[in-house]
Design a protein around this ligand. Structure first.
Ligand code: MRU
Length: 349
């Protein structure tokens, strides 16, 4: 049976605050934190207390609703300025996950529309942000069902990073597919890439699989192609941070290498994401902004400096997998096989 910890929403609205599972403390400790200002919400996103594209989006939406709640007694002009400032701050936190911008735009539009009556605008913004919580879980369950149908009755599945319940409000995208397949009676075993440098696979996906009782084995990133060569992997399922109109997909650094290896071994490579992760304004993946993270993430795993002081470091947090390497894009609206401009336009229609 799932432990209560995986049934706790990753992000929620509680007692007039934004409540998060602090993912920087997992797997050692399961700690909930309550954020009382939009600045604290922005900081939590930037420092990856909350991470994963859908979770980032909903957290920013709640952070903006929080700013509105705190400004509900102001004059319309001041209210308008306060929510614009909060939105601008939240936008600076993580550049690649498009769900962040999608969610902020959606909540800000309501605030601007109703700004003549700040109290009403604030209530509308909070209602909409809370609706996103349920929508996210429903989308994940739906895409999970679509994806589960693609997996064999018995399979070894490789995943990279964490696209699980912790990366969403609940249930997960790539791990939502795994969960749905297991719920449908399929016998799955998951190989978990540790996912250097931030170790989301080792710290978060491995933890989730143990909580759910889904058989899983942790490997270092450089082992995956060799396991494929040995015939030990039947399918790859990963999440996405931003998908261009042609299907090119930004996801955690290392995803591209997994896709190349999967293609070389004839293994299906699936991307699972809600349609809110599709950025139809970008023609190809070349236009996706790639976040650069601090060098310490590379030099100091677990906060212990292991590299020689002074070495130059390159730390892109994401890479882009060309659509041609992706077998199918699994969304809550159905599956785009293969993902390209036509199949994605049809999904969005
Ligand atoms: O840097 P992170 O941990 O936010 O990166 C997360 C990923 O790359 C996930 O695969 C992606 O956001 C999809 S989460 C459902």
């Amino acid at each position: 049976m799932p432990d209560k910890t995986t049934r706790t929403r990753t992000v929620d609205w509680a007692d007039g605050k934004v409540r998060l599972i602090d993912q920087t403390r997992l797997p050692a400790e399961f700690v909930l934190i309550d954020l009382e200002t939009p600045e604290a919400v922005a900081d939590a996103i930037r420092t990856m207390k909350v991470r994963g594209a859908p979770a980032i989006g909903v957290t920013a939406a709640l952070g903006l609703a929080l700013a509105a709640e705190q400004a509900r007694d102001l004059e319309p002009a001041a209210f308008r300025e306060r929510i614009a400032t909060a939105a601008a701050l939240l936008r600076t936190t993580r550049p690649t996950a498009v769900n962040l911008f999608w969610a902020i735009d959606r909540i800000l539009a309501l605030g601007q529309r109703d700004a003549a009556e700040p109290a009403r605008a604030a209530a509308e913004m909070l209602r909409e942000a809370q609706a996103m919580l349920d929508e996210d879980e429903a989308a994940n369950r739906a895409l999970g069902r679509h994806g589960a149908a693609l997996l064999p009755e018995s399979a070894n599945v490789l995943t990279h990073c964490n696209a699980g319940a912790l990366a969403t409000v609940a249930y997960g995208t790539a791990l939502g597919v795994v969960r749905a397949a297991v719920e449908a009676g399929k016998r799955l075993h998951v190989y978990v890439d540790e996912t250097r440098p931030r170790l989301q696979g080792m710290q978060l996906t491995a933890w989730e699989m143990l909580q759910e009782g889904i058989p899983a084995t942790l490997i270092t990133d450089n082992m995956a192609p060799w396991l494929m060569r040995q015939g030990r992997i039947d399918a790859v399922v990963v999440g996405a941070d931003r998908i261009a109109a042609n299907g090119d997909t930004a996801n955690k650094i290392g995803t591209y290498g997994v896709a190349v290896a999967a293609r070389a071994h004839g293994i299906p490579f699936y991307v699972a994401a809600p349609v809110s992760t599709i950025d139809a304004s970008l023609a190809t993946g070349a236009e996706i902004p790639i976040e650069q993270r601090p060098p310490e993430e590379v030099t100091s795993p677990g906060a212990t400096l292991l590299a020689p002081r002074g070495i130059a470091v390159y730390n892109p947090a994401f890479d882009v997998t060309p659509a041609g390497l992706i077998t199918a894009l699994i969304t809550e609206r159905g599956v785009a096989t293969p993902p390209n401009s036509e199949t994605i336009t049809a999904l969005l229609a």
